[in-house]
Design a protein around this ligand. Structure first.
Ligand SMILES: CC(C)(COP(=O)(O)OP(=O)(O)OC[C@H]1O[C@@H](n2cnc3c(N)ncnc32)[C@H](O)[C@@H]1OP(=O)(O)O)[C@@H](O)C(=O)NCCC(=O)NCCS
Length: 171
């Protein structure tokens, strides 16, 4: 059985294991050292109701996670979030990434966010395609802002607006 739900502190070791695989072998994250459990707990504690962390559980195993994080610490950015989606490398191409992202979009709308930003390494065509499918549009391309595995990396920013013009109001 496959389910998606809010993460709990008990899920953090699985979340970290999924993420740290990519730290060591992929440009999808610009982190170069594995994330410690201490850092992961601090990250979890900084995500309140407006910034959910979700997991997909498949037959009792956590196989993917997603999050909405504040885009920027300055107060006027409060209705903008940045998303993350990570699926265990053993479970790609089974619809789990899409499940996580569409659910995050629903949750962002439900708590009144205005827009979602995704910062994606330009080599990550799977992630770009996933976000395009969910309605995100490319809004920026930053040239050579990262350096990992001995090469310069470019970042694509994609954005999804959550409200139509008629619904916009000051928050
Ligand atoms: C990007 C990622 C989350 C996709 O998750 P996934 O569960 O494998 O993707 P899904 O099976 O839900 O696929 C959804 C769509 O994503 C795109 N996609 C996924 N994998 C792809 C690939 N290898 N090549 C091209 N497009 C791909 C396709 O558009 C796909 O739709 P389709 O199956 O109808 O063609 C996963 O590859 C991953 O965890 N990558 C490492 C972490 C990462 O890059 N995260 C995003 C940064 S926040």
């Amino acid at each position: 059985m496959i389910t998606i739900r809010l993460a709990t502190a008990d899920d953090l070791p699985a979340i970290n294991a999924i993420y740290n695989h990519f730290v060591l072998c992929s440009t999808c994250t610009y982190r170069e050292e594995p994330e410690t459990m201490e850092d992961r707990v601090a990250w979890f504690d900084h995500h309140g109701p407006k910034h959910p962390i979700t997991v997909v559980e498949l037959d009792g195993e956590i196989v993917g996670w997603g999050s909405l994080s504040p885009y920027h610490s300055r107060c006027a950015y409060r209705n903008t979030v940045e998303n993350s989606v990570y699926v265990a490398h053993t479970h790609h191409r089974r619809g789990i990434g899409r499940m996580l992202l569409l659910d995050l979009i629903d949750r962002a709308r439900a708590v009144g966010h205005h827009t979602i930003i995704a910062g994606i390494d330009a080599e990550q065509q799977a992630s770009v395609a996933l976000h395009e499918q969910a309605g995100f549009k490319q809004v920026a391309f930053l040239n050579e802002v990262g350096y990992k595995f001995g090469r310069w990396l470019h970042v694509i920013y994609m954005q999804l607006m959550l409200e139509s013009d008629g619904q916009r109001e000051r928050k």
